[in-house]
Write a protein that binds this ligand. Sequence first.
Ligand code: DC
Length: 227
Amino acid sequence: MKSIRIAIDGPASSGKSTVAKIIAKHLGYTYLDTGAMYRSATYLALQKHLTEADVQDILKELAQNPISFGRSEDGTQTVFVGNQDVTLAIRQNDVTNNVSWVSALPEIRQELVNQQRIIAEGGAIIMDGRDIGTVVLPDAELKIFLIASVEERAERRFKENQEKGIETDLEILKEEIAARDYKDSHRKVSPLKAAADAIIFDTTGVDIDGVVKFIQEKAEKIIDMGN
Ligand code: DC
């Protein structure tokens, strides 16, 4: 069977990771959460009190504490820097509110994009992020760009946080999501943007199953064509 590379991009809380994980499981593909990699770099920077001026030190920290993924007993993906489990720490507000400056540093992007391309080499992969279709895998067989209103995305993240026991305020979440959209879309290096050949799908009012079905049908068509 033909194995393909699926790129799923879109703004914060557009549902990328939720649907990507489900589709990966259905197809038996590897799932790579590239946002978790930028969050891990941010975690290291904050832990060591590093700033934009210290990009070389952030790179050194990344080299000494490589990002890797594991699986917990219940099957959910875990994230490590070195041998430290940062799965929960990288979702905390301090990381979320600092990830934009770390992910805007060209040297950090270059390093993480290299790592992402190496992971994708074997194919049979579904990756989510902001620049997968435009920069990381410009020749991916399927590119999806998910969008949704700020209100709906804030409500999704609010529920997610509640389930994880992270305390948040809905109005503040809306402001933070809008601010992160702006920063992600306006940064100089690899801004959030749909690839010219991406399928843009507005998930406002569409449930997870609906989004999964839409993407999986497109993926299966391409996979079948390769038979
Ligand atoms: O998907 P997420 O919200 O966990 O991503 C966290 C941040 O990482 C996001 O605000 C922008 C950045 N990011 C990026 O610049 N490029 C990617 N491929 C993935 C995430």
